[in-house]
Design a binder for this molecule. Structure first.
Ligand code: ADP
Ligand code: MG
Length: 458
């Protein structure tokens, strides 16, 4: 592979860039190197700054967003730290950009260190085949498939977010299983945010950070991190994750992350991480519609080789609305009851066995319920809560009501805003954050939140 083009101007710049490229080529996927680095032309060099010409603004943005730290590091290693400046020269648009005939496939392993085989921790019962698709999860499902088909070629990272029990973990394993089946030699690593944190702690405690880094940087081909929000507020873990992320991204390795929140909503997450989590594609999963819930139940019953009458499936799906895990749990309980009591699995049994659970789930509070509770608790009226007066005796209850809506309903921030007379979702986010803060610092607010939670959740 050719290392660099000669610069007509500034041989100091050319020399420095040659050296930097020689370092970069060792750390980058050849495809990345070829596409983004071969066309860069060193323009000028002074004591403070290295100027690089690139073919387009897009090219410049891509380099700055993805490889700036790596380039700076390589330049610094060659001739001392320099600021990088880019200029645009469209004539650099490459003829030699495309891969030469008969070149190796895009994804070639460039890391030379010995690679250990790492247990993937993938659960093979979660596959794309047994994930039921519907309008609520279609986008996320398609994005996950795209990533599994062509790792690191489409979206990197892929960030999946959605409420509890909606199938994030399932999809993450499905991606891993598919990639693993096609590329048996790859190290596909699944880890929860919690385990990642514990491994950092153990690594520090036992002086084994090298092994940790080897695992998550050098040896890893695909990194799947479940519930990434768990690392928020944990400085050392965030630091380690940040470096692993940069490393893997520069090497063109696929990463997929899940969370129950949008990156902006994850409190205590460093900004530089927040930005990176949004580099690729963000796909959300919403609670499934009735038809999808019925289809999920049928699919689970089929997997367990249970025959599930239609009226039972519809009854369950009508009453358990927000959480697929609960839906699945209700089926498991029903099957157990039927076999223990030696009774047919029918609507009668279903109603009897699930009465408690169903009644509880059927009463998922709505924003309107919460507004009523909060209004009577603080002795104000609902219209005032939904209005825009900014007196403290109104704003505190208003923020509290938004907080409770977030906690007890599945409503999104914009939906909550709408329930509060059309307020902006950022206003809702700020209010929720304010109450979370108050609960930590103010005993009265904490007490009010607790009493109201009991009212709302009873
Ligand atoms: P999350 O990680 O979002 O909390 P999980 O992935 O653990 O949720 O899903 C909870 C359970 O619901 C799992 O057993 C999963 O297989 C099942 N599940 C969720 N969504 C679907 C779906 N669309 N099709 C089939 N099973 C689903
Ligand atoms: Mg999960």
């Amino acid at each position: 592979m050719e290392l660099a083009q000669q610069s007509p101007a500034g041989s100091g710049a050319a020399q420095l860039w040659q050296g930097a490229l020689a370092r970069l080529v060792r750390r980058l996927n050849p495809h990345v190197y070829q596409s983004w680095f071969c066309t860069v032309r060193p323009e000028a060099l002074d004591a403070h700054e290295l100027t690089l010409a690139v073919p387009s603004v897009f090219h410049q943005d891509w380099l700055s967003n993805h490889y700036l730290a790596l380039i700076e590091e390589a330049v610094a290693a060659e001739g001392g730290a320099r600021r990088l400046r880019f200029t645009i020269d469209p004539s650099l648009e490459p003829a030699e950009h495309k891969q030469p005939e008969g070149a190796a496939p895009a994804r070639v392993e460039v890391v030379r260190e010995p690679r250990e085989r790492i247990p993937s921790r993938l659960q093979d019962r979660y596959t794309f085949e047994n994930y039921v698709e519907g309008p609520s999860n279609q986008f996320a499902y398609a994005a996950c498939q795209a990533v599994a088909e062509r790792p690191a070629q489409n979206y990197n990272p892929l960030f999946i977010f959605g409420g509890v029990g909606l199938g994030k973990t399932h999809l993450l394993h499905a991606i891993g299983n598919r990639i693993h089946a096609r590329n048996p030699g790859w190290n596909v690593l699944y880890v929860s945010g919690e385990d990642f944190t514990n491994e950092v702690i153990a690594g520090i405690q036992h002086g084994r950070m090298d092994a940790f880094r080897n695992r998550y940087r050098t040896s890893c081909d695909v990194l799947l991190v479940d519930d990434i929000h768990f690392i928020a507020g944990k400085d050392r873990t965030q630091e380690e994750f940040f470096h692993s992320f940069n490393h893997l991204h520069a090497l063109g390795k696929q990463m997929v992350l899940t969370s129950d929140r949008f990156p902006h909503e994850i409190e205590g997450l460093e900004d530089r991480l927040r930005t990176r989590l949004q580099w690729g594609l963000i796909a959300d999963i919403q609670p499934p519609e009735l038809e999808t819930r019925v289809a999920i139940l049928r699919s689970k019953a089929e997997q367990q080789k249970v025959s599930l009458p239609d009226d039972v499936a519809v009854f369950l799906a009508t009453h358990i609305r927000n959480n697929v895990r609960e839906l699945e749990g209700s089926l498991v309980r029903l099957v157990a009851a039927s076999s223990l009591k030696k009774r047919p699995l029918d609507l009668d049994l279903c109603k009897q066995e699930l009465r408690d659970q169903v009644l509880r789930s059927a009463r998922v509070p709505t924003c309107a319920d919460i507004l009523k509770h909060v209004a009577s608790y603080y002795n104000v009226n609902v219209a005032e809560l939904r209005g825009s007066r900014r007196q403290r005796n109104i704003t505190l209850p208003r923020h509290m009501a938004m907080y409770l809506c977030r906690k007890y309903t599945q409503a999104s921030f914009p939906e909550i805003g709408a329930a509060f007379g059309g307020k902006d979702h950022t206003t809702v986010m700020a209010s929720v954050r304010r109450i979370e803060e108050l609960i930590r610092t103010d005993a009265d607010a904490a007490m009010a939140a607790e009493q109201l939670s009991k009212l709302v959740d009873s």
